[in-house]
Design a protein. Sequence first.
Length: 108
Amino acid sequence: MSKNSIAATDVKKICLACEAGAGSSVIVKNGLIKKLKKAGVDVEVVHSPVVHLGEQDADVYVCHQGLADTAQSLKPDSVVIRFMMFMNDPAINKLVEDLKNGNEIVST
C-alpha cells in the first residue's frame, strides 16, 4: 500500500475536516457516524477545522473538495477522502462500503 492508502482493518479514527467547525460539516459528521453504525463498522469519528488538522492523529481525513488541497498539504502522508455533496455523497458512501468490506482505503 502507498502512503496515501490504508487497509480498512487499520482504520480506527476518521477526522471530518471542515472550514469553521459548525453547520453543514456537523451534519456530514453525524451522517457518517450513522452510516458506519448501520454498516457495523466500529470507527471513531471526530470533527476539526481544516487549519487544525496538524493536531489530529486520524487514520483517514474526510473533507469537502474545496478544502482537500489544504488537508493534503497539512497531512501529506495521510489518506484524504474528498466529498462534494453534504448529503449522501458517493465518496462517503464508498468509504463506508470499503470499510465494511475490508477494502483498501485510498485517497481521492
